[in-house]
Write a protein that binds this ligand. Structure first.
Ligand code: GDP
Length: 436
């Protein structure tokens, strides 16, 4: 699968401490292959990976973050940017605003028209749906059923065989009945054909839409890109609606369409139910294409919380066997800055499930922090001076028990012993240089 491919691509990077040290060329090639497998057009995939390669070689990699993850992050950023960066809205200003829906038959036009109407209605707008499919009586019926379900009026003229007339009449009807947005669902064909194209173009000329949306089935892969291109040449549409993303479509079509027709994806449809409509978020789609999920946010958080100088200082103290309670407290606070412990654990691939019953949260640190904060400066630096009466004082001051203070002292002592052992161990040169 795509995920396996990327994982193996990134596996090559693991354990290396600088991206410049690794074979970026081989890795980008793997990424390119993975993108093509996710239905990204080959030319587009090549452009993307060329840019990623440059960025990866260029970027400084923080020592706390695995270069493999950093690489994922670069890829993710690049994909997000290519898909437009942020979510884009539709233009519904006008009296009435007209939203024209075009696309092939079966792409999900009628379903989307209903969803959009429902969404706008929930936002308090007065909407009119219009059935312009003069070839399939069933299509008109389908829209009527949807309209009833969501409580939106559907305009249709079952006897009229002129789609341009129906659309024009619908707008007049909207003005009369004080509807502010008219959604026009047009007829589709199984494949692009001239009569259909001409008809949609004529409707466009007659009703002057404020927004033209092209609906495309994401499962159709490369065909989706070609269809988008043809429709765009005729209609110069404003945005794309990607449907059926609830299936196992990998979303690569989003990237290719955006690159080839240079129009934003505005909505994604993820099911047959009326609620299954979302604004398009480039960052989420990038994650989907990569199949890497939350790894990226984990990297981001680690970067935010990580202080390189502090890490070096702590490292030096550990090696000199001078790690004390003040350093320990500092480390705890660093971890807490990264967010909720449980969330963090859950983001590690494969760990989410295994750790879901684990009873840790940020509050688990509280008694430990309280105990350390009740120590004097001298006690923190030289815990060996903490005798019975000092323990009692610390327990009282921190609202804990002598037993808890004892436990922490014992754990800390073991931790220091462990650090000492690691220092005297014969470390291979490579590891030594990586932790320096
Ligand atoms: P139209 O011919 O373009 O109007 O397409 P329809 O709206 O009739 O949709 C064709 C079929 O796809 C119908 O069975 C819909 O229920 C289904 N469909 C539409 N959108 C989605 C979606 O996002 N996910 C899934 N799973 N099915 C969808």
């Amino acid at each position: 699968s795509l995920q396996d491919k990327l994982n193996s691509a990134f596996r090559t990077l693991k354990g290396k401490d600088r991206i410049s040290d690794i074979n970026v060329a081989a890795t980008t090639k793997e990424v390119r292959r993975a993108l093509v497998d996710a239905d990204v057009n080959f030319k587009v995939a090549k452009e993307i990976t060329d840019r990623i390669k440059e960025k990866a070689l260029d970027r400084k990699i923080l020592i706390s973050v695995e270069p493999g993850q950093m690489f994922v992050k670069i890829v993710q950023e690049e994909l997000t940017e290519l898909m437009g960066g942020t979510a884009e809205s539709i233009d519904i200003k006008g009296d009435p605003a007209v939203v024209l829906i075009a696309g092939l038959q079966g792409s999900g036009k009628t379903t989307f028209s209903g969803k959009l109407a429902s969404m706008l209605k929930k936002q308090g707008r007065n909407v009119l749906l219009t059935a312009c499919d003069i070839y399939r009586p069933a299509a008109i019926e389908q829209l009527k059923v949807l309209g009833e379900q969501i409580g939106v009026e559907v305009y249709s003229e079952p006897e009229n065989k002129n789609a341009v007339e129906i659309a024009t009449n619908a707008i007049a009807h909207a003005r009369k009945t004080n509807k502010k947005i008219v959604i026009v669902d047009t007829a589709g064909r199984l494949a692009v054909d001239e009569v259909m194209m001409q008809e949609v173009e004529d409707i466009k000329k007659a009703v002057k839409p404020t927004e033209i949306l092209f609906v495309v089935d994401s499962m159709t892969g490369q065909d989706a890109v070609n269809t988008a291109k043809t429709f765009n040449e005729r209609l110069n549409f404003d945005g794309v609606v990607l449907t059926k993303l609830d299936g196992d479509s990998r979303g690569g079509a989003a990237l290719s369409i955006r690159q080839v027709v240079e129009k934003p994806i505005k909505f994604i449809s993820t099911g047959e139910k009326m609620e299954a409509l979302d604004a398009f978020h480039p960052d989420r789609m990038a994650s989907r294409i990569l199949g890497m999920g939350d790894v990226v946010s984990l990297v981001e958080r680690a970067q935010q919380a990580f202080d390189e100088d502090e890490a070096k200082r702590i490292n030096a103290k550990m090696r000199a066997n001078k790690f004390d309670f003040d350093d320990f407290l500092g480390q705890l606070q660093q971890i807490k800055k990264m967010g909720n412990i449980k969330d963090l654990v859950g983001m590690i691939p494969g760990m989410g499930n295994a750790m879901k019953d684990l009873d840790v949260d940020n509050d688990s640190f509280k008694p430990i922090e309280a105990i350390i904060q009740s120590m004097t400066k001298k006690e923190r630096e030289t815990p060996t001076i903490i005798d019975g009466s000092r323990k009692k004082r610390i327990a009282n001051g921190s609202g804990t028990s002598v037993q808890e203070v004892n436990n922490l002292l014992k754990q800390f002592d073991e931790m220091r012993k462990m650090m000492k052992k690691m220092n005297t161990m014969q470390m291979p040169a490579a590891i030594k240089s990586a932790v320096r």
